[in-house]
Design a protein around this ligand. Structure first.
Ligand code: 5AD
Ligand code: FES
Length: 358
């Protein structure tokens, strides 16, 4: 039987070993965090790369049982930011030398939407002198749509699997063809085939999820050979069906701690991928994202969504930075990142080293 320290020195891990790492407390957890940092520095360096996040529309055809902007939540006022607003946010990112932006929205597959994104991508490239990297996060789309968007200038795509356990996936989504695990998996494969750097991820600590499930999620990322991962704690939202199970949840602090251990463990398992410090961490602990940066994460997504829309993009309760404008966020970010001992990769795309090596 290997000791905890011996397991930490490994490059490959069994499910049981991953569970052990995710279960670590006290001194062992500190060892895990330290080792994640030891592995991170030679593999991806000390830089943090910014992705300016523009949540440009909350119109969504999906009804995920956990999500505050699900289609059936009638309390949400639906919006779509104008091209000018989106371009303005992207210009801010470019001028401030954020290497990239992430355009995120609810899921919409109408031909008009698909075409709008095509044009927007081209305009963003044009206004930024081809310098801004663009990541899309607009849900499941057809292979043809993914191909077109790639051709128009998007080179990274985020689509979380939410849970790699099909049974658990079914529990947290409506039971119909629009919320199929197989389709989600196929979409991830289509994205790869279309040439994107592909990012996925899961929510951590939602009802019914076990440590074994989370260990399987990590092995899933490895098997799928993804380039980027973003994962954060699940946070309940009162206008969602999953709220009824809130009594079964771990405390927020426990979910937060587990999310940090997931990040550190993933860094050991996949040393050269990009790992985001999820915004949901900050909803639990004001310094949550910076903590993630010190134990394995290397990507941060400052919110550039026009302020007038932010309160309508509440995926979960207590989402931070609701009334802060982008400039303010940037200043406080800089100071905090330096405190976390990291350097900001200004003006660089910060592509996944894992992808470049393929
Ligand atoms: N808590 C945490 N994350 C959530 N997301 C959606 N709802 C919640 C929630 N209640 C995450 C999903 C989705 C991403 C855009 O936001 O993982 O993929
Ligand atoms: Fe699926 Fe928002 S409705 S994540």
């Amino acid at each position: 039987m290997k000791t905890f320290s011996e397991i930490l020195q490994d490059k490959d891990f069994t499910r049981e070993e991953l569970v052990l790492l995710l279960n670590s407390e006290g001194g062992e957890r500190q060892q895990l965090f330290q080792q994640a940092q030891n592995i991170k520095l030679p593999a991806v360096g000390n830089k943090v790369y910014f992705r300016g996040l523009v949540e440009f529309s909350n119109i969504c055809s999906k009804d995920c049982l956990y999500c505050g902007i699900r289609k059936s939540n009638e309390k949400v006022i639906r919006y779509e930011a104008s091209d000018d607003e989106i371009l303005e946010a992207c210009r801010f990112a470019w001028i401030n030398r954020f290497g990239s932006v992430v355009l995120q929205s609810g899921e919409n597959s109408s031909p008009a939407f698909v075409q709008r994104i095509n044009l927007l991508l081209r305009k963003i490239k044009e206004t930024s002198n081809n310098e801004l990297g663009i990541t899309l996060s607009c849900g499941e789309q057809s292979p043809e749509t993914y191909r077109q968007w790639h051709e128009s200038g998007a080179h990274r795509y985020l689509l979380r699997i939410e849970s790699s356990n099909p049974d658990l996936y079914r529990k947290i989504h409506p039971d119909n063809e629009f919320h199929s695990f197989d389709r989600r998996l196929q979409a991830l494969k289509d994205l790869k085939a279309a040439g994107y750097q592909v990012g996925t991820g899961v929510m951590i600590g939602f009802p019914f999820q076990t440590l074994e499930d989370l260990a399987d999620d990590l092995l899933f990322f490895k098997r799928l050979d993804v380039d980027m991962v973003g994962m954060g704690p699940y946070i309940e939202h009162e206008d969602t069906p999953m709220y009824q199970f809130r009594n079964q949840l771990k405390t927020k602090q426990q979910r937060f701690d587990l999310a940090l251990k997931m990040v550190a463990t993933l860094r050991l398992l996949m040393p050269d991928i990009n790992i985001a410090a999820a915004t949901a961490l900050q909803a639990i602990d004001p310094a949550g994202r910076e903590k993630a940066l010190t134990i394995g994460a290397n990507i941060l997504m400052p919110n550039l969504t026009p302020c007038i829309y932010r309160k309508e993009y509440q995926l979960y309760e207590n989402k931070p930075c609701l009334d802060e404008d982008a400039e303010l966020c940037r200043n406080c970010l800089e100071a905090r990142i330096e405190l976390a001992g990291c350097e900001i990769g200004y003006g660089e795309w910060g592509d996944s080293k894992h992808f470049s090596k393929k």
